[in-house]
Design a binder for this molecule. Structure first.
Ligand code: KIV
Length: 262
């Protein structure tokens, strides 16, 4: 997968698969998978660091995780997420953040929102860095939204997201994530853009899908929003394995003779 393949896949009607990846050992596994692309999302602030929102991700944090993913997944197209406010402190700060993510090994950056920053997005594109947009429920704006809620339900809100989607395309974005919007709106946006849309909680009508890896693997059995499918009972599986290990250690069944040096 490279930047040119995104448009080609949309034209050919072939869906794009994406999952988040935040660390070296998962990256090694995903590098051997069929997945098209890996997102070092700022959701790592929640999933890997235990914060209650993505607001806590910093440029240093994103660059460190991006570098780890690049080392583990040398063959994959890696997307680095621009963290909270990194686009809102002026051009210099934005370009410093872009530089940090690209030098850490990202193939492109992903940016939440368009309003008030279309010119900086265009500058990044013109600098030779591909930009993926992100609209709908943009989690960095969780405080403005009053929580992680579906966006674009009213006619006015839907029209605003559609207008932003066109603005993202005009700014030079090569693809657009649509998060938690009604599926009809996702279809309308997908049909009206030349660039591919990648949905999460946006129905089947987008040009691709993205999920948080730990969510799809069921690492938190209790986290099951409507749009999520568990492909593994990860929490149960890991807990079972760790408890079997504990039982083996405490009963003297591990290690056995063959698991020791002569
Ligand atoms: O940070 C992230 O994981 C994301 C996806 C949910 C699209 O932005």
């Amino acid at each position: 997968m490279n930047i040119l393949d995104f448009a080609a896949r949309k034209q050919a009607g072939e869906k794009i698969s994406m999952a988040t990846c935040y660390d070296y050992w998962s990256a090694r596994i995903l590098n051997a998978s069929d997945l098209d692309t890996l997102l070092v999302g700022d959701s790592l602030a929640m999933v890997m660091h235990g914060f209650d929102s993505t607001v806590h991700a910093t440029v240093d944090m994103m660059a460190m995780h991006t570098a780890a993913v690049r080392r583990g997944a040398p063959d994959k197209f890696v997307i680095g997420d621009m963290p909270f406010l990194s686009m809102r402190k002026g051009l210099q700060a934005a370009m410093d953040a872009v530089g940090a993510l690209m030098q850490a090994g990202a193939n492109c950056v992903k940016i939440e929102g368009v309003a008030g920053q279309a010119d900086i997005m265009a500058h990044i594109v013109q600098s030779g860095v591909p930009v993926m947009g992100h609209l709908g429920l943009t989690p960095q704006s969780v405080e403005a939204f009053g929580g992680h809620k579906v966006q674009g339900r009213s006619q006015a809100a839907a029209a605003a997201i559609l207008a932003d989607a066109r603005a993202a395309q005009d700014a030079g974005c090569f693809a657009l994530v649509l998060e938690c919007v009604p599926q009809q709106l996702a279809v309308q946006i997908t049909d009206s853009l030349q660039i591919p849309t990648i949905g999460i909680g946006a129905g089947a009508g987008t040009d691709g899908q993205v999920l948080v890896l730990q969510d799809m693997l069921g690492m938190d059995a209790g986290f099951k929003p409507k749009f999520l499918r568990h492909y593994l009972q990860g929490q149960e599986t890991v807990l079972g394995a760790v408890n079997r290990y504990h039982a083996d250690v405490t009963t003297g069944r591990f290690p056995c003779a063959g698991e020791a040096y002569a």
